[in-house]
Design a protein around this ligand. Structure first.
Ligand code: GLY
Length: 462
């Protein structure tokens, strides 16, 4: 459980300081803004969009920002409880746990359903509950094992060495088309978890085999990815195609994000060095191609497609990679992952993508279901944003202590000041943010000087 350090709730132009403990950096303050916004959207999702009905879920919004309400069979059903689990983990507020448990129950029957995305559905609900709350383990553990059994029995073909993504309605892995998409890497988490937590140990071998085959056939030598590979039943490759990208040989950015996250996650469970080097190869491709287009760290839907209206950005791909980058930083200690993650989070928390004041129901805008579709919100974009915030809190470094005074206030490094006109932080290492009550807006630093004592002084605009 992460101790809540900064919590700002921005509602209807009023700002309530609920708690301040410790020393935030500017990203922490951006995080507080995102968190307040996320909490407001998540509460409305439960009450207004889903009507407190645990059988209802969402996947994408319309282009106007209104959630499409679905039943539990959407591949996205696990992300609804997942968002509540992360809000509980970040804030420690019991109400989020209640909502998380409620919608986790709504997903229970997916553990025995026919679906290639059982891993997404069951792990982001029961798996996160199991991870965050020991008291739920005896209840949730069997559901996770059951979900893994279902995926293995219906989807794993040992002659091919992969789990089938499509034809998604078939339960016999020896009949019909056998297509494997890059997204399927994500469903390995449930399999790996089961193999290491009381399920058949060979499940780990199945997951490793799938990851190896995916590397061989879905990933190109430069680290980019084919979306879909179709296998013959003797394990040879029949053909390759894309379902959500531009063309067969282009790279769909969310598929690339799944590869980055997927190999990082497989490394976490297996410790196999080749999984880590694959994660890094895919990551390097993702970051290089994203930055090539412009500097805002959020890719377009397809890295190779022309930059026109059919190729919108995809904030979900950015959020997935921000979260994976924070895990890569934790594993390797290489600060470039932390810096890239912070750059992505900086973009996601900017007015271009964060839906404060938009009248949308999602936390983020600027996602896309696939190449050729318009900008929408996506529940998994919101989910991975919150996961990244959670992970960022785990890896952040405490800032150096610097003292001084400013505007008559003592400054001890990251020091909170509330003058009645505005509130904000004096920061030793990074650009500060403050909230101006009269303007009902966040203001950003314009310039700064460093005092003899080493404290930084800021002038704010306007
Ligand atoms: N199938 C997961 C996705 O659309 O990314």
């Amino acid at each position: 459980m992460i101790r809540k350090r900064v919590y700002l709730l921005v509602l209807a132009g009023s700002l309530i300081l609920a708690e301040l403990v410790g020393a935030p950096s500017s990203i922490a303050i951006r995080e507080a803004k995102v968190l307040g916004h996320a909490e407001e959207r998540a509460q409305r999702l439960a009450e207004q969009v889903l009507g407190n009905d645990r059988e209802k879920f969402v996947d994408y919004t319309t282009t106007g920002g209104t959630w499409n309400v679905k039943n539990d069979s959407t591949w996205c059903s696990g992300f609804v409880p997942g968002i509540y689990w992360y809000l509980w983990a970040i804030t420690g507020e019991a109400g989020w746990r209640d909502l998380a448990m409620k919608w986790t129950e709504g997903v229970r029957s997916r553990a025995t359903a026919t679906d290639n995305d059982t891993g997404f559905q069951v792990y982001e609900s029961f798996g996160l509950g199991y991870a965050f709350d020991e008291t739920l383990r005896s209840n949730y553990g069997p559901v996770l094992l059951q979900g893994a059994d279902t995926l293995v029995n219906q989807r794993y073909n040992p002659d091919i060495g992969c789990f089938r993504s499509w034809d998604q309605n078939l339960t016999d892995p020896y009949s019909g088309l056998f297509e494997v998409n890059i997204d399927q890497m994500m469903n390995l988490e449930l399999i790996l978890w089961a193999g290491l937590n009381g399920g058949p140990p060979e499940y780990v071998d199945y997951a490793v085999s799938h990851a190896d085959k995916t590397w061989e056939h879905n990933v190109r030598p430069d680290g980019s990815t084919y979306h879909v590979v179709s296998y013959n039943l003797d394990g040879t490759v029949d053909s390759k195609r894309t379902h959500q990208g531009w063309t067969r040989d282009s790279t769909w950015s969310r598929g690339q994000a799944w590869a980055v996250y997927g190999y990082t996650m497989v490394y976490r469970y297996t410790g196999l060095p080749r999984m880590l080097s694959r994660a890094i190869r895919c990551y390097d491709y993702f970051i290089r191609e994203t930055i090539l287009d412009d500097n805002n760290y959020i890719p377009y839907s397809d890295f190779d497609a022309p930059l026109d209206s059919r190729n919108p950005r995809d904030t979900s791909a950015g959020a997935i990679v921000a979260s994976a980058a924070l895990e890569l930083y934790q594993i390797t200690g290489d600060r470039r992952y932390l810096m890239n993650a912070e750059a992505i989070l900086g973009s996601l928390s900017s007015p271009q993508f964060l839906t404060i004041g938009w009248g949308w129901q999602s936390i983020l805008g600027g996602a896309s279901e696939k190449w050729g579709r318009s900008d929408v919100g996506a529940i998994f974009a919101d989910f991975y944003l919150l996961e990244a915030l959670y992970r960022w809190e785990l890896v952040e470094q405490p800032p150096a202590q610097v003292t001084g005074s400013w505007a008559g206030y003592d400054v001890l490094d990251s020091h909170f000041v509330d003058t009645g006109d505005w509130m904000g932080w004096m920061l030793a290492r990074d650009a500060p943010y403050l909230y101006h009550y009269g303007l009902e807006d966040w203001l950003y630093v314009e310039n700064s000087t460093v005092s003899d004592q080493g404290a930084w002084f800021y002038a704010f605009r306007p």
